[in-house]
Design a protein around this ligand. Structure first.
Ligand code: SF4
Length: 407
């Protein structure tokens, strides 16, 4: 079984879906699943479909069969993240209120890496939460309000390609809905299950995944733009943010050559590009893999490189290659590229390709958050980071201090 991670079966992955199954059996609970961009291009491999098969519709049907009360799309919150993160970038450039470059914040493994090894760069990391970090509090506040649901009864389950998200949702900051509603017991997101866990659960229930008909997400928080779709790829967050930053700066959508930024795509560990928006040149970098991140940070700190915006993903290829995705033996770049191609293909054929044009995002701002970076958006959609360099012990502290002084 691919759910086993130890060759002699001495260690197996924790089945968090057992806890979700119990929640579903409780008639008082409202169980809401939210699915991340990369799950829909990985899950099919668990059922012998070709790598990169786009199985969004079957996945939604499968979650309903498991007992979901609502199935929502985390791609919606990928669009929300882009609105907040691109607005923050534009403010850093125009108001100079925070330092450049801005680093992306949606990968919890990268954030913890920075907190531990490079705490001096934390002011450079966008304060925007990840899509899952935004999905949780938005469901328990605005979505609950729209659907007349009791937030205390909602059980939020994120289905993700990522094992690090299990850590992220348990960070002490992830209780924005509790603070907003004055309900101290609430957590923004209650459970994370991975693509592999979902496949195992479906097998245990005897659900014939390949025979399922397609179905659609629920009405609200189920619509996303192509920008939200490509979030799962290395370079996808950068491309999505660049599209909306262009709009925020010029008031117009970007030209067609801006819609396929080939220079930010690909599998090289560090990729660099310069795009010009309204005569402002923006130096971009896209990096995946912690060794490559280390190299980029060291070069930037030494003054050898200058950037305005840096996208960081820990996993090779981005979230499509996450630790919770199906594990072919071995997982190759051919498989990763098939998943990437599938997401870009979807984006390319969508009519809605900008986060700022998503009608559900517009409604969310009009009726609830008011505007990106508003007081309420800052409270629910933004976060803070911790200096964790003490976790390294005395030698690590000396190293961290030396690099701060050197800077
Ligand atoms: Fe998780 Fe990997 Fe994506 Fe980071 S790149 S959010 S660790 S799946």
């Amino acid at each position: 079984q691919c759910a086993n991670i130890c060759p002699v079966n001495a260690i197996t992955e924790r089945k968090e879906f057992d806890f979700v199954r119990k929640e579903i059996q409780d008639p008082d609970k409202i169980v809401i699943f939210s699915t991340s961009p990369s799950v829909r291009v990985g899950l099919g491999e668990e059922f012998n479909l070709p790598a990169g098969s786009f199985v969004e519709g079957k996945m939604v049907t499968a979650l309903r069969l498991l007992g979901a009360d609502f199935v929502l799309d985390t791609n919606f919150s990928a669009d929300l993240t882009i609105m907040e993160e691109a607005s923050e970038l534009v403010e850093r450039i125009t108001k100079k209120n925070k330092p450049l470059p801005q680093f992306t914040s949606c990968c919890p493994a990268w954030v913890k890496f920075a907190e531990t090894f490079y705490p001096q760069i934390l002011p450079h990391i966008s304060s925007a939460k990840s899509p899952i970090g935004m999905q949780g509090p938005t469901i328990k506040t605005f979505f609950a309000q729209l659907n007349h649901l009791d937030s205390k009864k909602i059980v939020n389950v994120a289905v993700t390609p990522c094992t690090a998200k299990k850590f992220e949702i348990r960070r002490s900051e992830m209780i924005a809905s509790a603070n907003y509603l004055n309900e101290p017991e609430l957590h923004d997101m209650d459970y994370v299950i991975t693509t592999r866990e979902l496949a195992q659960w479906l097998r245990e229930e005897g659900i014939d995944f390949n025979a399922l008909m397609d179905s659609d997400y629920d009405e609200f928080m189920g619509v996303a733009s192509g920008s939200g779709v490509i979030f799962g790829n290395t370079g996808g967050v950068m491309e999505a943010a660049a599209r909306t930053a262009y709009y925020l700066i010029t008031g117009e959508n970007p030209p067609s050559d801006f819609m396929t930024l080939q220079s930010v795509r690909g599998m090289d560990g560090i990729r660099e590009a310069t795009v010009t928006i309204d005569h402002i040149p923006l130096k971009l970098a896209i990096v995946h893999g912690t060794e490559n991140v280390r190299q980029l940070i060291e070069a930037w700190q030494a003054g050898e490189k200058q950037y305005d915006f840096v996208e960081v993903m820990t996993c090779r290829g981005g979230c499509i290659g996450g630790g919770g995705q199906p594990k072919a033996n071995p997982i190759t770049d051919e498989i990763r590229n098939a998943r990437i191609k599938s997401l870009y293909h979807k984006d390319h054929h969508m009519t809605l390709r900008f986060s700022h044009e998503n009608p559900e995002i517009k409604k969310t701002y009009t009726d609830f958050y008011h505007a990106p970076l508003s007081e309420l958006a800052e409270k629910l959609l933004h976060t803070t980071y911790l200096d964790r360099s003490n976790d390294l012990g005395p030698l690590g502290i000396i190293k961290a201090k030396t690099s701060v002084e050197a800077k």
